[in-house]
Design a protein around this ligand. Structure first.
Ligand SMILES: Nc1nc2c(ncn2[C@@H]2O[C@H](COP(=O)(O)OP(=O)(O)OP(=O)(O)O)[C@@H](O)[C@H]2O)c(=O)[nH]1
Ligand SMILES: [Mg+2]
Length: 202
């Protein structure tokens, strides 16, 4: 057992004060850090469906900028985090490879919001995720994962992705729990603001 899994094992069960549970998905292109984010932030041992990428995938799987990556998500990741005494988020990490995209629409069922993780070395890999979320009219935020010093600003990224001004765009490091938690807090805040704006308008 590695040190991370022993740390997870001593975490307490769901608090009895928990009242609201909501489902969130983390989407994005291949190898942008979706599984890493679910693992870093989950308070339970996350369920993962990682499979080793073998030679059979050569020509089908494109490791691109993540050439040292040797496993990939073939269904989804699942984790949980209590944001406060009452609010619990159930996290689903989507599979990034195109041949598993057919699973996404199922994953979106019952979801109230999404995080689009982006690797700015491969911005165009995010277009499919944004397209699907807009199709489902699902609120989302964009989180730029830390794969080294970025060449462009967050505003440049907003422009490259043609995002409307109200979509939050932030930086993160999916490997770190506090950073991943900040991403989820930003999403929840965004959901609250959207719900309040709808209430005021009605
Ligand atoms: N430098 C850096 N590497 C990261 C970061 N997050 C994840 N990685 C690494 O990037 C690789 C891909 O991470 P995964 O979490 O498997 O990516 P994924 O989006 O789940 O990949 P698929 O499910 O196969 O689409 C792994 O080798 C991670 O260790 C990050 O913030 N910075
Ligand atoms: Mg994954």
């Amino acid at each position: 057992m590695d040190s991370r899994s022993s740390e997870v094992a001593v975490r307490p069960p769901l608090q009895t004060t928990a009242k609201d549970g909501v489902k969130i998905v983390i989407v994005g292109g291949f190898g942008v850090g979706k599984t890493t984010m679910v693992r870093s932030v989950s308070e339970i041992r996350p369920l993962s469906t990682e499979e080793v990428m073998t030679e059979a995938g050569v020509g089908i799987d494109d490791p691109g900028a993540v050439a040292d990556k040797n496993t990939t998500t073939v269904a989804f990741d699942f984790g949980r985090i209590s944001l406060d005494a009452q609010m619990v988020l159930y996290l689903f990490g989507a599979p990034g490879q195109e041949r598993f995209w057919f699973l996404w629409d199922r994953l979106f069922a019952g979801t109230i919001g999404a995080v689009v993780l982006v690797d700015t070395r491969r911005v165009s890999d995010s277009w499919y995720a944004i397209d699907r979320l807009e199709h489902h009219r699902m609120p989302f935020i964009v989180a730029r994962n830390n794969f080294g010093e970025p060449e462009h600003s967050l505003e440049d990224l907003r422009e490259a992705l043609s995002l409307s001004p109200d979509v939050p765009v932030i930086d993160c490091d999916a490997r770190h729990r506090s950073s991943s938690k900040d991403v989820l807090m930003t999403l929840v805040q965004h959901l609250y603001e959207q719900a309040s704006a709808r209430k005021e308008a009605s």
